[in-house]
Write a new protein. Structure first.
Length: 166
């Protein structure tokens, strides 16, 4: 029974992975478009958006097209302040919706982690502590290699200890 459950969950996991974007798209940071109106409908980033956001994009795009045919746009070649504000709000909303979509979130469930237990800062801090200790140990090893860590014990004459070490 356990084997059957394990097999079924493996098949589900593999089929879910097959529907994800290609490896080239999934690697690295997520490519968030700055202008959602330039993203084609077949793009995986557009497909990750919710139906409400897609509808908002279509409505805003229709508003943009309607204004492009106006005489004010033909003269100044720019949108009105209200339309600029609508475009900005729609882009921000689409970006928020995209970054919280399951496709984007499932790519990296632990974005700050580098390993199983540590993030990049923990590894850097650990490396710095090790390099510090190794650097201090190197000075001691260097002195031992050149036999400069303590006075010789081969002479029968008494030596005064001038190093400060007992």
């Amino acid at each position: 029974m356990r084997l059957l459950t394990l097999l079924a969950s493996s098949i589900l996991l593999l089929s879910a992975c097959a529907s994800q974007p290609t490896a080239g798209e999934a690697s690295g940071k997520v490519d968030v478009p700055s202008d959602w109106f330039a993203v084609p409908a077949k793009d995986w980033r557009y497909q990750a958006l919710s139906p409400e956001t897609k509808s908002m994009l279509a409505t805003t795009q229709a508003t943009m097209l309607a204004e492009q045919s106006s005489s004010a746009y033909q003269f100044f070649l720019e949108y009105s302040t209200a339309t600029k504000s609508l475009i900005s709000k729609t882009n921000e909303s689409a970006t928020r919706n995209f970054l919280s979509s399951w496709i984007v979130v499932s790519r990296n469930l632990t974005p700050e982690m580098d390993g199983l237990e540590q993030d990049w800062n923990d590894y850097t801090r650990n490396d710095n502590a090790i390099n510090n200790a190794n650097g201090r140990a190197l000075r001691d090893d260097w002195a031992r290699m050149w036999m400069m860590d303590k006075p010789t014990t081969l002479t029968p004459l008494p030596l005064s200890n001038a190093t400060g070490n007992p």
